[in-house]
Design a protein around this ligand. Structure first.
Ligand code: SF4
Length: 124
């Protein structure tokens, strides 16, 4: 069962990334309800894109650790050509982390030992 605060955070994230498809939104909420790590990852994504506050209970300080990265800042990331700022992208080295949720959403924080930061001012 997803608590109301996590539901609000994830809803805010989906609004921020322009995800308006009701079926996809429901699927994401169901995944969050079924798995605490997925829930935390979605809440972290909400914080990362500015849609929610970091002090919300579902976004723990551990999620702000430097070990967490976003694909949008990685030289291996290729954005979704239709919705580069918000859509599901591609990892050109197919890193193991790219197979886990919510990796490959551009701003979703996750752990990835293969992350290579973009050069200053570079675009993915
Ligand atoms: S290497 Fe990791 S951080 Fe970089 S694009 Fe692939 S999954 Fe994302």
């Amino acid at each position: 069962m997803l608590n109301p605060r996590a539901t609000a955070m994830i809803g805010a994230w989906l609004d921020a990334v322009g995800e308006a498809d009701a079926v996809i939104r429901e699927e994401i909420l169901m995944r969050a309800a079924a798995d605490p790590d997925t829930r935390d990852a979605y809440c972290t994504a909400a914080v990362a894109c500015g849609a929610a506050m970091r002090d919300a209970p579902e976004a723990t300080d551990a999620r702000a650790d430097d070990a967490y990265v976003a694909c949008v800042h990685c030289r291996h990331f290729r954005p979704n050509p239709r919705t580069p700022e918000a859509g599901f992208g591609r990892c050109c080295i197919e890193a193991p982390a790219s197979l886990t949720t919510p990796t490959l959403w551009p701003y979703a924080l996750h752990r990835c030992p293969d992350h290579q930061p973009l050069a200053q001012g570079a675009q993915p």
